[in-house]
Design a protein around this ligand. Structure first.
Ligand SMILES: O=C(O)c1ccccc1N[C@@H]1O[C@H](COP(=O)(O)O)[C@@H](O)[C@H]1O
Length: 241
């Protein structure tokens, strides 16, 4: 069986690595230097880093220089998210040398532009499907942006290579992933899915890994690592069995 990829997360707000609860601004717990956090995950054996500029996602500024620095220093693959919504922000993100970018709001608000950049950049573009129930959310998860499955069908028809699926109700809560949502999204698309939100234990990772045959390719792990629910080494060992 193909192994589940793990993407430890570094979310950046106001220059700090933070974790939020339900993605809500103001719920930040700070974990210090984003570069130190990213290097720690790399030293622990991560093959991927999921790096988010939360200020860019919320529209409260940006951490672009810092995010670029972190991406350039990493020897591992980087998935870059947050505030990538037009030609300039996409060009800057891709120029960091990241492996791929993850588009959220743009996929809801500027579908023609997203179709164009999917056609231009293929596998370097993923779309983040951030949902409450089956309603997509954009602009820092503060605005509704349409139906999950209608949007997924549209993006599939445009050749989107991959989806990062976040259950906002689970994100940052350590309450376990939404396995039903992951199964439903996998049933609706042939494209790989990266699971995000709620991972709290090695059992959760095992449960997500069981969905690899259905199309789940990876899992983003955030709060559980920062809260030391398990180590990244333990998690990597778990998904390599
Ligand atoms: O990751 C979070 O906790 C988060 C919280 C609130 C908003 C966005 C968040 N993360 C990621 O940011 C991008 C979306 O940014 P944009 O809409 O394209 O500007 C997406 O990957 C979210 O999962």
């Amino acid at each position: 069986m193909a192994k589940l990829e793990l993407l430890p997360a570094v979310d950046v707000r106001d220059g700090q690595a933070v974790r939020l609860v339900h993605g809500e601004s103001g719920t930040e717990t700070s974990y210090g230097s984003p570069l130190d956090a990213a290097l720690a995950w790399q030293r622990s054996g991560a093959e991927w880093l999921h790096l988010v500029d939360l200020d860019a996602a919320f529209g409260t500024g940006d951490n672009r220089a810092l995010v670029r620095e972190v991406t350039e220093v990493m020897d591992i693959k980087v998935e870059l998210s947050g505030g990538i919504r037009d030609d300039d922000t996409l060009a800057a993100a891709l120029a960091t040398g990241c492996t791929r970018v993850n588009l959220g709001t743009a996929a809801l608000e500027t579908p023609e532009w997203v179709a164009k950049v999917i056609a231009e950049h293929g596998d370097r573009i993923a779309v983040g499907l951030d949902v409450r129930g089956t309603t997509l959310r954009g602009r820092g998860w503060t605005r509704d942006g349409g139906d999950l499955y209608e949007t997924l069908a549209r993006l599939d028809s445009e050749g989107c290579a991959r989806y990062v699926v976040t259950d906002i109700a689970k994100d940052g809560t350590l309450q376990g992933p939404n396995l039903e949502l992951l199964k439903n999204v996998c049933a609706a698309t042939d494209k790989p899915v990266v699971a995000s939100g709620g991972v709290s234990s090695l059992d959760d990772l095992r449960a997500i890994a069981e969905l690899v045959p259905q199309g789940v390719e990876g899992a983003i792990v955030g709060k559980a690592l920062y809260a030391k629910a398990f180590t990244l080494e333990e998690a990597l060992e778990e998904v390599s069995r």
